[in-house]
Each structure stands twice: as C-alpha cells, then as structure tokens.
Design a binder for this molecule. Structure first.
Ligand code: AGP
Length: 617
C-alpha cells in the first residue's frame, strides 16, 4: 500500500527520492509523486501510473539546487481514482505545505464540509483534508507550524500516518505516526523518514521507530520527537536499532520476475526453518523465545487462528494439523470477519495471527482485540522484522522466508506451513498427545523436504506447457479434500491475483451441491489429489467432472497411474506422507499461475489493484 519517504540531506535529492520510490514499488501502487523545498519554496511533481512515468513526464531533465528537504510517495488509491489530481503530495490551498499520507481519515467528510466554507479542494482524497486543516491553523499568526499540526491532529480520526514539509519551516520534515508504520533512518549528515526500511537501505541501516501518538521533526543534522500535545518525548525512550537485511535480498538477479525467484528460493527457506526451529530434524527446540516468555502453552485449550488471503489458507491447513495432533479445537477466521463478528476469546485460548508483513490492518486489529478480550496468549507468525503486529504479540515465530517482493505470496506461504507444522509438533509434545518416538520420526522425515522441493522445481517446463495450453480459458475450478482444500483455495487465489482469470477453490465434496452446474468443456478443473484417505473420493469427483466434459488438470503423487490415465493433464508432485502434502501440492499451482500470468503479459510482481501490505481496512 502507500509508501512514504522523506529526505533531509545534501546528496542529489531527486535521485535519493526516485530510487527510494522504486524500492517502495513492490508494495503495489497506482501513482507517485515528490515534493521538495528548494530556495525555501515548495515545488512538487506527480503522475498517475508507475514511477517511470513520473520521471519521464516531469523529472527527466530537472536539476534541483539549494534544497533542504523532500518527501515522496507511492499511492494505492482508497479515496478517489488513481489519477494525477489524487496522487500525493497533496498541497494546501496556498501551496505552502505538502503532505504524503498512508491510511484513512475516517472523519474526512465532516472536516471537509467545515473547511469548504473557506477553502477550495482540488482532489477527492481524504489526504487533502489533513493538509488543508493544518494550513488552516498555520496561516494564523498566533500559531507556529508545530502548534498548527498538533491542533489539526486533535480533529483527525483514523489510522493515518503522514509526512509534511512546509515553507513555514523549510528545513524540517514533520512525520506523524498514527497507526501506519514510520521510521527515522539515521545516516551520516543526512536523515530519512520511511514507511519501510527497504526505501533507505542503500543509505543507512540505522533506524528508529516512531511510536503511535508521536511527531518526529527531522532535519539534516538531527531530529526531535514530540507527542500530539507538542511535549518533547525523552530521547532515551528511543534507542536506534540496526537492520540485518541486505540489498541483495531485494535483487531479481537473472530472473524475469521476483515471483519466480521466490518460488525457486523455497527449498532454501525450508532448510533455513528446519535448521532454526528443529535442529535440522534432530531436536524440537522451538524458538527459545517462545519458551523463555513463559507462555504456558501446555495450558491452552483452544486455538483461534486468523489471517487474510494466502496467510488465511495457511491457517486452514494448520487447523487440520492442530486438531488431529494436539487434540484441541482450532477455529480459523478471516481477520476482517473476526474483528467484527464479536467472537469470544478467553483465558484458555491461544491466538495465532498469521501475516507475512506483520502490517495487515485487519490482522493487527484482531491481535489487539484478542488481547483486550483476554486471550491467554497471542503468537504471531510473521516474516518481516520490526512490524506493528510483533510489538503487540506475546510471542513471535519468524517465517525466515527473507524479503518477499512479489505481491503474490509464495515462499512465505511455504514457510508459514512448515512453521505451523513444527508448532503443531511442539504443542503435541507439550500436551503429550504424540509419543517421543513418533515425534522424532516426524522430525527426521522432514530433513528430505528441501531436496524434494528443489528437485521438483528443476522441471518447470511441463507446467509451463500446461499453462500455455489453458491460458485462453476464462474460468477455472480448483478442488480438493481435507488438507488439499486450502491448497485449492490458494491455487485459485494465485491465478486470480496475477493472471486476472476467474478461479474458484472448492471442497471437492461440495461440487455437486451447486457449482457443478458451471462445469463444461470450457471450464478446466484442477483436482488436487495426492495419496490420502480421501483419494478414491477425489477420483469420483474427477469422474463427475469428466462426465460433464470438464477438462481435468490433476495434481497427483508421482507414479499415480490412475490419475495420469483419467486426467487431461497430470502434474506429479514428490511422494510425501499425506499430512505433509500441502507443502508440495501448492508448488505446481504457484507455477501454473505464474506461467499463465506471464503468457498473458500480466504485471506478475505488481498485479493491478493489489498491494503487498494491506495497511488499511
Ligand atoms: C497473497 O498472494 C496475497 N497477495 C494476499 O492475499 C496476502 O496473503 C494477504 O494480503 C495477507 O498479507 P499478510 O500475510 O502480509 O498479512
């Protein structure tokens, strides 16, 4: 979603801001813009579309002299269409102050209608309301800019972090944190503001988190932090940290797309997780952090799992594992449903919040809600470091997937699955629902998983061919039973989000309760049917589809002659125990979506309308 960057320093400001915008672009966006104070005057440029359009239309031959500070933004439209007018920065009516913003002003209509008596608005955004309100106070002589900002903040409701520069105070970037993440990047004789460390990694790894309810005032030579009442916040409460990531992680190398690179990184991610959390299969030391926090996991009597999108699918798989091996009920909710359905979490409940980014607004709200409701413990499964969700959780299990740039989540999904499986085993040990011998056997068998996945990924050509064969079809069904049902949902989501094709996942047993009406020769059906207790049932479903002339793409265990004979096309996955099948059956579905999207010429890494971190509701 929206990305924010600010720069106070003397390096070439345009190239710092433009390259930062490019590094923020993975979040997904539809327009971008820049504002700079030069010779104490505010100037700005913005454009709908990708950053290269901003550069081509406005910045190509521009040289900026005598600058002090600048801000930049990638916008993911919420209020108002993605066009030049609604792109950020938004300016005050007198063009003295500019803002870039991430989040939503809940009461913007109310504020706007009051301001409209004296102010002309130019955009449909809620963002413009903030800057007009600040300027409404700042242009009165009795208020300094800082006071004006604090007065405006008293009226603004909603989760919205933003950054402002102004001719009233031309050497300062004002950064307001109210929900959405913002950090100060600390460089040598230069400082930054960013919504995401990635934007500033080439310049510095030292950063400071701005906390909710704080305003950071950042200059080239330092910074100051105040609260929303304008009172200074003691510096000792902000200790700079250093990020461990490197730029290399965000490099496509020789790959055409990040998504394909990330799919190929999966064996390495699995190996890293096994090494970190399962002593390479020899011991189950599940993150000392979890044990040391006195989480009392053995006392938990129920799990509530919530997440969005792909992370939700990982949660659905975990439900099967937890109920079967830990013998406690597990409920799985979509975060945006959980937070409003007035569910109940109690002292005996463990909450598992799943999120690649750790920033997803609905999942974060769920974490906060469960704590308020008195859930025993909230354990988050997060990939990114230093996220808001992490701060609100009692325990964190890191997915260790490395930076995931492609909007379509792939390697993090596999990492979530393996982490959740290991967590299940850990719980089974604590609850004594699995014998030590069985536990040891299960850990031992995981050791081959990375090499099985690696081997599978060496043979992509056959899947590419199948993708080509079916790329002209307009709709797809994905069906599976048991552990393969969430995989069906995940396969359908991947195809929808990057290939823009209609695809729906169903539990195979439900097909005849309605959806089969849609099956004909124009509707390919992907049947996820690894060896399992329900294999024969899946075979029956396959036959039902065939009887209606539906084309079958079967995902089956290697050597499955029946599936090979019955399906129009069959992709074999490595043979693993049925309870581990979600870790292999999803691989061909990721590739099927990838190749279909590529063949159709889609923007694979940044599909239209989507954002990597969904930081607004
Ligand atoms: C995955 O391919 C999607 N882009 C999306 O569904 C994603 O999984 C969802 O937005 C949740 O994100 P999170 O894991 O960062 O919370």
């Amino acid at each position: 979603m929206c990305g924010i960057l600010g720069y106070a320093g003397s390096s070439d400001i345009l190239s710092v801001l433009v390259s930062g915008l490019e590094r923020l672009s993975y979040r997904g966006y539809d327009s971008s813009g820049i504002a700079i104070i030069s010779d104490d005057e505010l100037c700005h440029w913005k454009s709908e579309g990708k950053t290269h359009l901003l550069v081509e239309r406005h910045l190509k031959n521009l040289r900026i002299e005598n600058f002090s500070v600048g801000i930049a933004h990638t916008r993911w439209a919420t209020h108002g269409a993605p066009n030049d007018l609604n792109a950020h920065p938004q300016l005050s009516m007198n063009r003295k102050t500019a803002i870039v913003h991430n989040g939503i002003v809940e009461n913007f209509a109310e504020i706007k209608s009051k301001l409209q008596l004296s102010t002309t608005f130019h955009s449909e955004t809620d963002t413009e309301v903030i800057v007009q309100l600040i300027e409404h106070f700042a242009s009165k002589e009795e208020f300094s800019f800082r006071e004006a900002l604090c007065l405006a903040l008293k009226q603004i409701e909603g989760n919205c972090s933003f950054t402002v520069i102004t001719e009233h105070d031309p050497k300062v970037i004002y950064a307001v944190k109210k929900g959405q993440p913002l950090i100060i990047g600390l460089g040598k004789n230069e400082n930054f503001i960013a919504s995401d460390m990635n934007a500033i990694l080439p310049y510095t790894k030292r950063y400071l988190n701005i906390q909710d309810g704080e305003i950071a005032m950042v200059r080239q030579d330092g910074y100051e932090i105040i609260d929303f009442d304008g009172k200074p916040v003691a510096k000792k409460s902000h200790v700079p940290s250093e990020i461990s990531g490197t730029l290399e992680q965000a490099n496509k190398g020789s790959y055409k797309h990040y998504m394909l690179k990330e799919i190929d990184e999966q064996p390495e991610v699995l190996a890293r997780l096994l090494h970190a959390y399962a002593g390479d299969g020899k011991q189950l030391d599940f993150m000392p952090a979890l044990n040391s926090k006195n989480l009392n996991l053995a006392k938990l009597e129920r799990f509530i799992i919530y997440a969005c999108g792909t992370s939700w699918h990982a949660g659905l798989v975990a439900k099967y594992w937890i109920e079967e091996y830990v013998h406690v009920p597990a409920e799985v909710d979509i975060s945006s449903e959980y937070r409003y359905r007035k569910g109940v979490s109690r002292r005996q409940d463990g909450v598992l919040a799943l999120s690649q980014s750790g920033e997803t607004a609905d999942t974060l709200a769920g974490v906060q809600l469960s704590k308020e409701q008195g859930a025993a413990k909230v354990i988050s499964f997060i990939n990114r470091e230093n996220s808001a969700m992490e701060k609100h959780s009692d325990g964190v299990i890191r997915s260790l997937a490395g930076m995931e740039i492609g909007v379509a989540s792939t390697k993090n999904y596999l990492a979530q699955l393996l982490s959740l499986y290991l967590f299940t085993l850990h719980m089974a040990r604590l609850k004594k629902t699995m014998s030590a011998k069985e536990l040891a056997r299960r850990l031992d068998e995981l050791a081959v998983l990375p090499s099985l996945v690696r081997k599978f990924l060496l043979n992509k050509a056959a899947i590419q061919k199948i993708a080509k064969k079916y790329s002209s079809y307009k709709g797809f069904f994905f069906i599976g039973r048991g552990l393969s049902f969430p995989t069906a949902l995940e396969g359908a989501l991947k195809l929808k989000e990057i290939a823009y094709l209609y695809a729906v996942g169903y539990p195979a047993g439900e097909l005849k309760h309605g959806p089969i009406a849609l099956v004909d020769e124009k509707m390919p059906v992907v049947t996820i049917m690894p060896e399992s207790d329900t294999y024969n049932k899946m075979m029956n479903n396959l036959e039902e589809v065939k009887a209606r002339k539906g084309k079958i793409i079967a995902i089956a265990t290697e050597g499955d002659e029946r599936a090979l004979a019955a399906a129009d096309d069959c992709i074999f996955v490595p043979r693993v125990r049925s309870y581990l099948s979600p870790l292999v059956t999803v691989l061909p579905l990721q590739l099927l979506a990838y190749y279909t999207a590529d063949i159709l010429g889609r923007d694979v890494d940044q599909p239209k309308n989507l954002a990597k971190s969904v930081t607004v509701e």
